[in-house]
Structures are given as structure tokens and as C-alpha cells.
Design a protein. Structure first.
Length: 171
């Protein structure tokens, strides 16, 4: 009888631990959703700023009201924002994929695997896979940022060529 009571107590403790694991997985999903929402809002703000700057560039080009320096600065900022938005799009897509994968893991855990220990091991392995994938995405983001810098440098060359062409046209 004491052995059965001890076994029941041990099983009850394992069930409590399992419930804690499921709560932790739910918190991870909530954190992923909050991060996704933050990125969406940040992307929207950058998109709005990009539109304002594009309108300003068109205004400066059409009306000739701004100086060449203001035009160049606005064009450079537009290119910078375009590169940033592209990088944010890629990061946002990666975050959504991770969120879906986390949600799938949570569903698997909640539905119940054949063995609680197997489910925990699978979740830990999946978390390691996601962390490894995240590191790869960070590297991809760094490559995208480097490309944006290259494009920005190329943009400066175009601005200089535009200035030379305008000077010749004025002659």
C-alpha cells in the first residue's frame, strides 16, 4: 500500500511538472506573438516614413524647391529605408515561421505524446533546431544589411553623376 501511494505521489509530481512545461510553452507562444506584433508596427512606421520621404523626393525633383544637398539626403534616406524594410520583411517572415513552429509544438504537447518524456525530449530538440535556424537567419540578415550598404554606396555614385549631369545641363 505504501509503495502504491509513493508511486501515485511520484506520478502526481510528474503531472505537475508537465503542466508547468505546457504553461511555459504557452508563454513562449505569447512572447513570439508580441514580438511579431512589435515588428509589424515597426514595419508600418517605416513604410509610412518611406512614403513621406518618397513624396518629398518627388516634390524636390519636380519643383526644384530644395537644394541638391536636401535632395541627395532624402534620396539616400529613401534607399536606406527601402533596404531596411526589405530586411525587416525577411526577419518578419522568419519570425512568423518560428511562431507557427512553436504553435505546432505547443499543440503537439497539449494533444499529448505517447510518452511525456518523449514529448519533452522532442520539444527540447525542436527548440534547439529553432535556435540553430535563428542563428542562420541572423547571418542572412547581416548579409542583407551588407548588401544595403553596397546599394547605398552605389546610390551615392548615382547622386554624384546626377549632380555632374545637372551642372552640364546648366552650362
Amino acid at each position: 500500500l505504501e509503495g502504491a501511494a509513493a508511486a501515485a505521489a511520484a506520478e502526481q509530481q510528474r503531472l505537475r511538472e508537465r503542466a508547468g512545461e505546457l504553461e511555459g510553452a504557452g508563454e513562449l507562444e505569447g512572447a513570439a506573438e508580441a514580438e511579431r506584433q512589435r515588428r509589424v508596427e515597426e514595419q508600418q512606421q517605416q513604410g509610412e516614413e518611406l512614403q513621406r520621404l518618397r513624396a518629398r523626393v518627388e516634390e524636390l525633383e519636380d519643383g526644384g524647391r530644395g537644394s541638391d544637398e536636401a535632395l541627395g539626403a532624402a534620396q539616400a534616406r529613401v534607399k536606406e529605408l527601402e533596404a531596411g524594410v526589405k530586411g525587416k520583411d525577411e526577419a518578419f517572415t522568419a519570425a512568423q515561421a518560428q511562431q507557427r513552429e512553436l504553435a505546432a509544438c505547443v499543440e503537439e504537447l497539449e494533444a499529448g505524446a505517447k510518452s511525456k518524456d518523449e514529448a519533452l525530449a522532442a520539444a527540447q530538440a525542436r527548440a534547439e533546431e529553432l535556435e540553430a535556424a535563428g542563428r542562420g537567419k541572423d547571418e542572412a540578415l547581416a548579409v542583407a544589411q551588407a548588401r544595403a550598404e553596397e546599394l547605398e554606396a552605389a546610390g551615392r555614385g548615382k547622386d554624384e553623376a546626377l549632380a555632374v549631369a545637372q551642372a552640364r545641363a546648366e552650362e
